[in-house]
Design a protein around this ligand. Structure first.
Ligand code: ZN
Length: 180
């Protein structure tokens, strides 16, 4: 887990905080070596993930109109939340992916390459969590089925029973992709 920001100062101890934008911020003494910061973060990864998830829930309530000012912030949030979600669901679904990319593509919420590289739009952190989960499940399901045949949708439905509602939400909010 990479901090979004390391703020060094004359302080003597390390501290971590999660910003309202779900960013991981580390406050560190001026000369503390980087590897100690990494270790500190690793030891607290469960706490960090829990608090990032909470912050993400609040971020999800942001209004779409507010987003175009903050596309780069959004991209960072998306990288964090998507990574957590992909890891969660790939374990649950028992599917192995190659890598995750956050893309500027204005036409797709996500995609899965023939070599199982997953790519996600950088606006995803602005979606309601249930919709975000669906996008992740959809792309992970393509690891097994590289098409949209019935077997593919059956697999999606196993992990996202109301996927039809999430698809409808995405169709109705396609304009969000324009912000990417
Ligand atoms: Zn698809």
């Amino acid at each position: 887990m990479e901090p979004n920001k390391i703020i060094r100062s004359k302080r003597r101890t390390l501290a971590i905080e999660i910003s309202p934008r779900a960013e991981l911020i580390v406050r560190a003494p001026n000369r503390l070596p980087e590897n100690q910061i990494v270790k500190f973060i690793e030891q607290r990864s469960a706490w960090i993930e829990k608090h990032i998830q909470e912050a993400i829930k609040n971020v999800n309530r942001a209004k779409p109109e507010e987003l175009n000012q903050d596309i780069l912030v959004l991209k960072r949030q998306t990288r964090q939340v998507v990574k957590i979600k992909v890891e969660q669901f790939s374990k649950i679904m028992g599917l192995k992916y190659q890598d995750i990319k956050i893309s500027k593509a204005k036409s797709k919420w996500g995609s899965c390459s023939p070599t199982n590289n997953l790519s996600f739009s950088r606006v995803l952190a602005a979606l309601p969590e249930t919709v975000l989960d669906y996008v992740v499940i959809h792309e992970l399901a393509h690891i097994k089925h590289k098409n949209h045949m019935q077997q593919f949708w059956n697999l999606v439905q196993e992990y996202c029973p109301d996927y039809k509602n999430q698809r409808r939400w995405l169709r109705e909010h396609a304009y969000l992709l324009e912000l990417a």
